[in-house]
Design a binder for this molecule. Sequence first.
Ligand SMILES: Nc1ncnc2c1ncn2[C@@H]1O[C@H](COP(=O)(O)OP(=O)(O)OP(=O)(O)O)[C@@H](O)[C@H]1O
Ligand SMILES: [Mg+2]
Length: 311
Amino acid sequence: MHLPYEEIVAALPDKPLQNAVGLPYPLLASGKVRDIFDLGEHLLIVASDRLSAFDVVLPEGIPGKGVILTQMSLYWFAESAPIIDNHLVPDHAAALAEALRGHPEYIPRSMLVRKLRPLPIEAVVRGYISGSSWRDYVLHGTVFGQRVPGGLLESAKLPFPLFTPTTKAEKGGHDEPLNLEQCAALLGRERHEEVYDASMRLYAMGAAAAKSAGLILADTKFEFGIDESGNLILIDEILTPDSSRYWPKDEYEPGGPQPAFDKQFVRDYLESIRWDKSPPAPHLPHEVVEGTRSRYLFALKKLLTDDGGRP
Ligand SMILES: Nc1ncnc2c1ncn2[C@@H]1O[C@H](COP(=O)(O)OP(=O)(O)OP(=O)(O)O)[C@@H](O)[C@H]1O
Ligand SMILES: [Mg+2]
């Protein structure tokens, strides 16, 4: 279960946490955002405040971003439990507190999870046409090989959500689009269908809950793992501003990009300066760091406190 919104705000640091240091566990891997520790049967995933854009980690972190991402994921893991099992260990709050005894400052940004075998794809679902799907549509009139109506405006709602998976690139690489046949070939037909079905149901659930909170969930990316019995399990983070596009519902106006509560703010800044998107990444001005933090926090606040009159 996530912390109440006020407690999350109180737990946000002034300075960004770059790395989780001082924990008594071996570091198994360090992703662009998360440090992953090996606890034998389980993994401890600590979300740092590192920020990546265009697959490059930026020199400035966003203070408290890891807390926001983790708490938002915990909210969505609870919401999505009727649809699919997730990687959190049973009795998560107590087990996490036990694993982080002596380091309670990491609790709000950490998850204790089952060690699973990640599937080699990123399960992207798009309800609206934006970003790379818009660019592909302008070029080819299709969305990564899938047919959509002609004459759509940028940011238009698609007639039905599209599953547009990508590869999961190795460190330093970029994810590449996969068409549905390639995805089925990679996963096996049955697993592909299971992933497709789960992703669509999760997107529909997320989009409906976001709508009640005054947000449009334009698109998102899920990751799945397989447990020792072959079950499909939801892993990683879910429906966060790092993995999703969130737009304000009452300002929605197709025909251009939308004001976003997600990473788009940083991408827009980086597009506005001369940077070729290869390391090293440029420094971010203070306003961009603050602006990103307040956008992430706003999306969290909407979801956790503004239920839009949901029963
Ligand atoms: N329950 C789990 N079991 C195994 N691996 C997991 C689990 N949950 C998440 N992961 C993996 O942990 C990593 C999370 O770290 P992070 O989000 O920083 O990575 P990333 O930058 O997105 O990707 P990369 O690892 O390629 O750098 C991802 O590679 C994700 O697939
Ligand atoms: Mg990730």
